[in-house]
Write a protein that binds this ligand. Structure first.
Ligand code: 13P
Length: 281
């Protein structure tokens, strides 16, 4: 079934975190849904605005909905880190079931004002909203925050932001970074516990899942994270596999593309299964 984050969190209550996987091309969509089906867990497919424009909003949404409607599991389609209110309204109108407004680089009052506008528009249409306070370091499409400019989320800001805006999910900065890690993430668990105690029903979201150790992932789930994002690892692995298949001996322009892309799609399925298994309590 095609659902929003509120429904997914409710369904998954007491069972761990829901995995949110960044789609980089249409090929990844069935691989991700089938991986979640094999584990019998709900799944969030998320895209940047750039990926939505690359695939085409209508094509992407139609594909996700078609797979979701005939699936045994619940699937959400979420717009990741978007700084444009107009683009989010467009995503909602086209049929995304969930969106993230990222006003984390703005002064908090402006972030609240803009997030509230998105929440009002989204909730009227049955769409869930994720917001962000504090800023997560690192780089991913459309979001570049120098690691030394990243700021831990202050619990009092998080509570104020969540109460004022009515967001359903909140991205918090507790020490993870977007992108591939050079060194192990230093997660501030004391902060996570405090955020969980203060935020109650608002689903906490861990960004920057790539490079976080299995042990840290499991602990974040135990401490109450409700949504965990993984992006870079999928993009990187896809490129690694196609680099091998496209350059293998005997490949010619007449080789079937399916035999070259199939192994990369299989790798996406494996990664989603590995990660989603860690997110189960
Ligand atoms: P990674 O690319 O580090 O896995 O982070 C993904 C993410 O948080 C998307 O918002």
């Amino acid at each position: 079934m095609y659902k929003n984050l509120i429904e997914l969190f409710k369904e998954n209550e007491g069972k761990g975190a829901v995995g949110a996987f960044n789609v980089h091309c249409l090929e990844m969509v069935p691989a991700m849904v089938h991986a979640a089906e094999e584990l019998n867990v709900p799944v969030i497919l998320q895209t940047s605005l750039g990926t939505a424009e690359y695939i085409g909003f209508e094509t992407l949404i139609a594909a996700v909905k078609a797979l979701a409607e005939k699936s045994t599991i619940s699937v959400a389609l979420h717009m990741d880190h978007c700084k444009s209110i107009e683009a989010l309204k467009k995503a909602i109108d086209f049929g995304y079931s969930s969106v993230m407004y990222d006003g984390s680089s703005l002064p908090i009052e402006e972030n609240i004002k803009n997030t509230k506008e998105v929440v009002a528009y989204a909730h009227e249409r049955g769409v869930s909203v994720e917001g962000e306070v504090g800023s997560i370091g690192g780089a991913e499409e459309g979001v570049v925050v120098a690691k030394d400019a990243a700021m831990y989320t202050k619990p009092e800001d998080a509570l104020y932001f969540a109460t004022e805006t009515g967001v359903d999910a909140l991205a918090v900065s507790i020490g993870t970074t977007h992108g591939q890690y050079k060194s192990k993430a230093k997660i501030n668990y004391e902060l996570l516990v405090e955020l969980k105690a203060k935020l109650g029903d608002t689903g906490l979201v861990l960004h920057g899942g790539t490079g976080v150790s299995d042990e840290d992932m499991k602990r974040c789930v135990r401490e109450g994270m409700k949504k965990i994002n993984v992006g870079t690892e999928l993009n990187k692995s896809y490129i690694e596999v196609v680099s091998q298949t496209f350059t293998a001996e005997g490949v010619t322009p007449l080789t079937s593309l399916r035999t070259l892309l199939g192994p990369a799609n299989d790798r996406i399925k494996e990664i989603v299964k590995e990660k989603a298994s860690l997110f189960k309590l």
